[in-house]
Design a protein around this ligand. Structure first.
Ligand SMILES: Cc1cc2nc3c(=O)[nH]c(=O)nc-3n(C[C@H](O)[C@H](O)[C@H](O)COP(=O)(O)OP(=O)(O)OC[C@H]3O[C@@H](n4cnc5c(N)ncnc54)[C@H](O)[C@@H]3O)c2cc1C
Length: 410
């Protein structure tokens, strides 16, 4: 029997395992995939350039422990404002100061309306709070990118609770490679999906294809949609509180398509470009993400889910790129890489979003099921969900809580 089993070697599992490394307890991380990192993964092989398939930005970078880990690994942290939002280019054109100011004001008004409703305790779909003005499609598109769902599915309170990140930095070598480096030396067993957690007795028993693992305590970092979809079962079933929290915090949909170009064909600087400001079903392009010779197309919400299902993300992005920058530019694409996060059986989406009316469920999920069985992961952090920072924080909190239990009870 081991002391602690951690299910999942993503950001939360890595953080929990690092926190427990010097505890003297026997810890094992059981990971379903053949790699660590979960929703943080850098692919350099396919395009010959570092492409972050999932997490790419160090949000809250000035307080985020992953920033120090990146530096400790010798990675280059790019401390530059990303230039998102109202200063993004639109259909390739740089907005005039007046256009930026108008967009900034309209988007700011929407945030205020959402904040006011949330502060008044109204946990409602944000779509019900906003005017249908000329900037509304753009706001709705932003929702799909930051929450992975449409405005009608975004909880006003959940959105309002998200802390504002003022520092968003990238890593030239890829953020996924930082997660991989941080897991080096940890007791991770790859290719070991846990199918069931038996938590009724004094010991926990975890079923895997290679047999059972017995543990005194466990931290479950598996994404909510994987558990809700039956990818990990509990016997006896989870209490209603946690079962409904998992159901109320589903993962949304975001996907990326990377196009490889020759260096000389790309503009020299990194920037962002909105494909179409008049529709919510549109693409956010990143030119030279993290300084790489790539163009990245970001999709969110229904558009992302629909195109992934139709295997049409790359074709759609390529056409939009041609529309904006011309057929000659698009003809320079010399390699393509598309993600499919909803079809990924160990993720089932991008990041969690509370259903309207259910913002408090993050708090519920972060409460121990028993002192020896806890959930962790981005969905558990009320103010930093959807990030590797939130995942880190919840992994560390769960590790501390379990450590306390095991040290104070036989
Ligand atoms: C497209 C996209 C863009 C993103 N952009 C950013 C960004 O720029 N910045 C940022 O901070 N965050 C970003 N995120 C979110 C970030 O990746 C996640 O919040 C974070 O990685 C979640 O970490 P986690 O440990 O909670 O979950 P995961 O990373 O999902 O880790 C869970 C682990 O559990 C494993 N697992 C699943 N089921 C089982 C099972 N049955 N048995 C054993 N193991 C199992 C999985 O394989 C996985 O390794 C992005 C995500 C996506 C998809």
């Amino acid at each position: 029997m081991i002391d602690i089993a951690i299910i999942g070697a993503g950001a939360a599992g890595i953080a929990a395992a690092r926190q427990l490394a010097d505890s003297g307890l026997e810890v094992r991380v059981l990971e379903a995939r053949g790699r660590v990192g979960g929703r943080g993964c850098t692919d350099t092989a396919t395009l010959g350039a570092a492409a972050d398939l999932g997490a790419a930005w160090l949000h809250f970078a000035d307080e985020n422990p992953w920033t120090a880990l990146a530096r400790a690994q010798g990675c280059t942290v790019i401390e530059r404002d990303p230039g998102w939002g109202a200063s993004s280019r639109v259909r390739g054109a740089t907005p005039t100061p007046a256009q930026s100011a108008a967009a900034e004001a309209a988007l700011g008004r929407n945030w205020e309306l959402i904040g006011a409703a949330a502060q008044a305790g109204r946990d409602v779909p944000v779509s019900t709070l906003l005017p249908e003005d000329a900037f509304r499609p753009r706001f709705d598109a932003i929702m799909t990118w930051i929450m992975g769902v449409e405005s009608r599915e975004v909880s006003s309170v959940d959105l309002d609770r998200y802390a504002e990140s003022r520092c968003d930095w990238a890593v030239a070598e890829g953020l996924g490679s930082v997660l991989e480096g941080a897991a080096r030396g940890l007791p991770v067993r790859l290719n070991t999906p846990v199918t069931q957690v038996h938590w009724g007795g004094s010991r926990l028993r975890l079923s895997t294809p290679e047999g059972e693992v017995e543990a005194r305590g466990a931290i479950v970092t598996v994404p909510t949609s994987v558990i809700h979809g039956g990818g990990l079962r509990f016997a006896p079933p989870l209490p209603q509180s946690h079962a409904s929290a998992l159901a109320d915090l589903p993962l949304g949909s975001c996907n990326k398509v990377f196009f490889r170009f020759d260096e000389a064909q790309l503009p020299p600087e990194s920037f962002h470009c909105l494909a179409d400001a008049t529709r919510s079903r549109t693409i956010h392009f990143g030119m030279r993400p993290a300084g790489q010779p790539l163009v990245m197309a970001y999709f969110g919400g229904d558009l992302s889910r629909d195109l992934e299902r139709e295997d049409a993300l790359a074709a759609y992005a390529r056409e939009a790129l041609g529309d904006i920058y011309g057929a000659q530019f698009a003809g320079g694409i010399c390699g393509t890489l598309a993600t499919a996060w909803n079809g990924d059986p160990w993720a089932r989406g991008c990041y969690s979003s509370a259903r309207p009316g259910a913002a408090d469920q993050r708090r519920t999920l972060s409460q121990p099921v028993t002192p020896r069985l806890l959930f962790a992961g981005e969905a558990c952090d009320e103010n930093h969900y959807g990030t590797i920072y939130g995942a880190w924080r919840s992994g560390v909190a769960a590790a501390d809580s379990l450590l306390h239990t095991l040290r104070t009870t036989p």
